[in-house]
Design a protein around this ligand. Structure first.
Ligand SMILES: *[C@@H]1O[C@H](CO)[C@@H](O)[C@H](O)[C@H]1NC(C)=O
Ligand SMILES: *[C@@H]1O[C@H](CO)[C@@H](O)[C@H](O)[C@H]1NC(C)=O
Length: 231
């Protein structure tokens, strides 16, 4: 009896090994579907994709419908408007932002600031966030931006406050902005000492101005810095 059980168990383990090996071989043989972008990237000079899959389009009809609904809500429009009036209109008045500026919005969330900039006529706006919201915001780690040095005229973020590594976050904004370009951040409303602390994170920039603003219903301080001409 014992011998029979032993033999049965041994046979069972042989079968198990055979099944496991087969699955393993199948996994080896089955290469992932090659993924060629069906449409060309919008700004190929600005990014180095980690894989060819990154450009695979994910925009489909339901998403399009969802966006149309979202963008027609009063909440969306008031938030977009608040970015325009609190941050971007002043930047235009300062002569820093123009329609031909290349602007990067870091940690852009759902893309209010991207919509505000595009809506005002800025032609080259890029929004990134850990979780993408196509078509306004693409996925990228703010601590490791997939853009060349000096690719933008202006980098903006309203989320420096929430950054895991604020110094790294700031350094990446500076790196992707051209020498003499601008870094603009909106942080929770604060006084001069805290403004200085924020500016200190931007090691290659100097303070230009700050102002208290209301952004998406919150009191915030908008800080404008200019990156050094020679870095
Ligand atoms: C920027 O573009 C918008 C939309 O095309 C236009 O209405 C506006 O006049 C432009 N601004 C400047 C300063 O050219
Ligand atoms: C902005 O608000 C903070 C806190 O309320 C205040 O300390 C600071 O003086 C204000 N800054 C300006 C420029 O009004």
């Amino acid at each position: 009896m014992d011998r029979e059980i032993e033999r049965f168990l041994r046979r069972l383990s042989f079968v198990a090994i055979a099944i496991a090996s087969t699955i393993l071989i199948l996994l080896f043989l089955q290469t992932p579907d090659t993924c060629i972008p069906s449409d060309a990237p919008l700004k190929p000079h600005l990014r180095f994709p980690k894989s060819t899959c990154e450009f695979a389009t994910r925009v489909h009809a339901p998403l399009h419908k969802k966006n149309e609904r979202l963008w027609s809500t009063r909440d969306w429009n008031s938030k977009v408007k608040s970015f325009s009036s609190a941050v971007f209109l002043p930047l235009r008045r300062f002569g820093i932002l123009a329609n031909n500026s290349k602007v990067l919005c870091v940690s852009a969330g759902a893309g209010y600031e991207v919509a505000a900039l595009s809506g005002s006529g800025v032609e080259d706006v890029t929004g990134v966030e850990l979780i993408d919201s196509p078509p306004l915001v693409q996925r990228a780690d703010p601590h490791n931006l997939p853009f060349f040095d000096g690719a933008f005229d202006i980098a903006f973020s309203a989320r420096l406050d929430e950054a895991l590594f604020p110094a790294r976050f700031a350094a990446e904004m500076e790196r992707t902005v051209k020498p003499g370009g601008s870094c603009v951040v909106a942080v929770a409303e604060c006084g001069d000492d805290e403004v200085r602390e924020v500016v200190d994170l931007f090691r290659k920039s100097r303070f230009v101005s700050s102002s208290n603003v209301t952004l998406v219903g919150m009191r915030m301080t908008s800080i404008l810095m200019r990156t050094n001409k020679s870095s």
